[in-house]
Design a protein around this ligand. Structure first.
Ligand code: UTP
Length: 287
C-alpha cells in the first residue's frame, strides 16, 4: 500500500515579471486561455489524478484566485434569473470543484520557499506540486502520468520534457539513468549555461514528493538568483532516496510569457468547437 496522495500545492506568488504589465495587479495564473484561467486548467488536471485537496500559495492578487474558486452569489443568481442556465452551471461548478486552502508567501523568495510555506498543511503525506503557468494538454492528465510511477515505486516523481539545447538556461535540467524501465534521476541543476546541461531533459512544473523534500527544503540555502531553489532541494533528495522522472506525453505551453501564452490561446482557440472556424478565417485574412 502506497501512502495516500491527495494533496497538491499550487505556488502562485511569483512576480510574473516576464508578463508585465499584465501581471502588475493580476496573478499570471489568472490569465485566460480561451475562456478559462490557467489555474483552473491546473486544478482540473490535479482532480483528474484524484488529487482534490489543493493549497494555493499566493502573494499579490490573492483575491482574484480566491474569488474565482468561491461562490459568487450575485453572479449566479443573475445568470439564473436571466435564463443563462448553461453559464450558471459552468460558473457554479467551479466553486464546487475542489477543496482549497490558501497560504500567503510574504516575500517572493523563490519557488522552494513558496513550497515550504505550505509545509504545515502537508503534514507527513506525499504530495504534488503543480506550476499552473506551464499548461499541459494531454489525454491522460500530466499529474496522473506522474501518479502512475508513484503508485509503482512509492518514490518522488518529476515531470520532464526534452528541450532544445539553446533553452536549457531557462529550466531545471536533470541527469538521469534508465533503471528497470524507469528513469532514475541522479542529479539536477537549475538553469545551467548553454552547453553545460547534464542532458536535454528539463523539469516542467509537475512534481510528486515524499515529505522528506520539505525537511530538506527547510535547510536549503539561497541559490541562484538569491532564491531558495526547489531544484537544489530535489538534488539533495535524489542523493538520499530514489527520485524518478517521467517524460510527459502531451502538448506543453509555457504560458507564463507572452509568446507561449499567445501560442496556447491560438492553438486551443483554433480547436474550440464554437470559435475555432471563425478564428481560423480571421487569422487567414490577416496573414
Ligand atoms: P517562475 O519563475 O515561473 O515565476 O516561478 P515568476 O517568478 O512569477 O515569473 P517571472 O520569471 O518573474 O516572469 C515558477 C512558479 O513558482 C511561483 C510562481 O508563481 C510560478 O508559479 N513562485 C515563484 C512563487 O510562488 N514564489 C516565488 O517566490 C517564486
Amino acid at each position: 500500500m502506497r501512502r495516500p496522495l491527495r494533496k497538491v500545492i499550487f505556488p502562485a506568488a511569483g512576480m510574473g515579471t516576464r508578463f508585465l504589465p499584465a501581471t502588475k495587479a493580476t496573478p499570471k495564473e489568472m490569465l485566460p486561455i480561451v475562456d478559462k484561467p490557467l489555474i483552473q486548467y491546473g486544478v482540473e488536471e490535479a482532480l483528474a489524478a484524484g488529487m482534490g485537496k489543493v493549497i494555493m500559495v499566493t502573494g499579490r492578487g490573492k483575491r482574484a484566485i480566491e474569488d474565482h474558486f468561491d461562490i459568487s452569489a450575485e453572479l449566479e443568481s443573475n445568470l439564473n434569473e436571466t435564463g443563462k442556465h448553461a453559464l450558471y452551471e459552468t460558473v457554479s461548478a467551479v466553486s464546487r470543484m475542489v477543496e482549497i486552502s490558501y497560504v500567503r508567501q510574504k516575500h517572493a523568495l523563490g519557488l522552494g520557499h513558496a513550497v515550504l510555506c505550505a509545509a504545515p498543511w502537508v503534514g507527513d503525506e506525499c504530495f504534488g506540486v503543480s506550476l499552473a503557468d506551464e499548461l499541459i494538454i494531454s489525454d491522460v492528465s500530466a499529474m496522473q502520468q506522474l501518479r502512475e510511477v508513484y503508485e509503482q515505486t512509492g518514490g518522488s516523481v518529476i515531470g520532464l520534457a526534452h528541450v532544445p539545447e539553446t533553452e536549457v538556461n531557462r529550466y531545471g535540467m536533470v541527469d538521469a539513468v534508465e533503471e528497470d524501465g524507469l528513469l532514475r534521476l541522479r542529479d539536477m541543476v537549475e538553469k545551467p549555461a548553454v552547453g553545460e546541461s547534464p542532458s536535454d531533459m528539463a523539469m516542467i512544473g509537475r512534481y510528486i514528493f515524499t515529505p522528506r523534500l520539505l525537511e530538506l527544503l527547510a535547510s536549503t540555502e539561497r541559490g541562484i538568483g538569491g532564491e531558495i531553489q526547489l531544484t537544489d532541494a530535489i538534488a539533495r533528495l535524489a542523493h538520499e532516496e530514489p527520485v524518478y522522472g517521467v517524460l510527459i506525453e502531451g502538448e506543453r505551453f509555457d504560458a507564463g510569457n507572452p509568446l507561449g501564452f499567445l501560442t496556447a490561446n491560438t492553438i486551443l482557440g483554433l480547436r474550440h468547437p464554437e470559435f475555432g472556424d471563425a478564428l481560423r478565417s480571421i487569422i487567414k485574412k490577416n496573414l
